[in-house]
Design a binder for this molecule. Structure first.
Ligand code: HXC
Length: 260
């Protein structure tokens, strides 16, 4: 019997849902899951989806980390390639042309926390648990956590997680700005779908430009970021959606954006 797909994709109109389907290992990121995630974003990239929800199967874990069992037997060059492969996957998600919402339905540890950090929004259920426990395994965060965590929540709080390995609950994650919103487990996916639907009603090129300007701007001087912002603002004036959005406002009706 064929084993079930490690990553499932469901595209429902403008909203794509990607589910990491390895609940027996708390959705740990093994080779097959990483390849499946990369392929899923390629497939969604050529679909009309305007927002993506990323979650884990089961009610216990979003992703409990990189698959620790795959660490055995890695030498230094293989470990370098391993980290670089994971980082490339996180970058692919961060640079995706439509917003990716992490629906964090349980443990988001190590590489799982780093995966959530690569998403554009994080919505957590009350049973979510966040942490970077790598130092307890004798390794360090390797899928971008040492870089994205301080950018998102500040150096002090990031180091608290990264050097103590302690775990925090959804409430503390919310108070730190690590997540955008906390829901009950039952309401998690419906809440994410509502956010995704709202995003899908906005002008897609404008949303995509916003993701690019915010993400790239974090690595720029203020002036470089302002120049990029002005350039991308100007480029929207060549879109049909900009004319539609402004006309709809003046005509007091809802806009119908085509992503053109
Ligand atoms: C492989 C994992 C796993 C992981 C859980 N499992 N996490 N397998 N890699 N990261 C497996 C367990 O081995 C077990 O399978 C099954 O999932 C259920 O887990 P339990 O431990 O029995 O569940 P529980 O007692 O409820 O504990 C949950 C937990 C614990 C607290 C989340 O599983 C845990 O501490 N997991 C590891 C978390 C972690 O350290 N993550 C960071 C990894 S390093 P079996 O078959 O054994 O019963 C990392 C680095 C990223 O992510 C960067 C790399 C470059």
């Amino acid at each position: 019997m064929a084993s079930p797909d490690p990553v499932q994709i469901d595209i429902d109109g403008p909203i794509a849902t990607v589910t990491i389907n390895r609940p027996e290992a708390l959705n740990a990121l093994n080779d097959a899951v990483m390849a499946g995630l990369s392929a899923a974003f390629d497939q969604i990239g050529s679909s009309p989806a305007r927002a993506v929800i990323l979650t884990g199967a089961g009610d216990k874990a979003f992703v409990a980390g990189a698959d620790i069992k795959e660490f055995q037997g890695l030498d230094r060059p293989a470990a370098l390639a391993y980290a670089q492969r994971g980082q490339a996957l996180m970058l692919k998600i961060e640079q995706f042309g439509a917003p990716v919402i992490a629906a964090v339905n349980g443990y988001a540890l190590g590489g799982g926390c780093e995966l959530a950090l690569a998403c554009h929004l994080r919505i957590a259920s009350q049973n979510a648990v966040f942490g970077q426990p790598e130092v307890g395994l004798g390794v360090i965060a390797g899928f971008g956590g040492s870089q994205r965590l301080p950018r998102l929540i500040g150096q002090g709080r990031a180091l608290d997680l990264l050097i103590t390995g302690r775990k925090i609950d959804a409430g503390e994650a919310l108070s730190w700005g690590l997540v955008n919103q906390v829901t009950t487990p039952v309401e998690l996916l419906a809440t994410c779908r509502k956010i995704a639907a709202r995003i899908a009603r906005q002008a897609p090129i404008a949303v995509c430009n916003t993701l690019e300007v915010v993400n790239r701007g974090l690595d720029m001087t203020l002036q470089e970021g302002l120049d990029l912002e002005a350039e991308r603002f100007a480029s929207t004036f060549e879109t049909a959606d900009m004319r539609e959005g402004v006309s709809a406002f003046i005509e007091k009706r809802d806009p119908a954006f085509k992503g053109q």
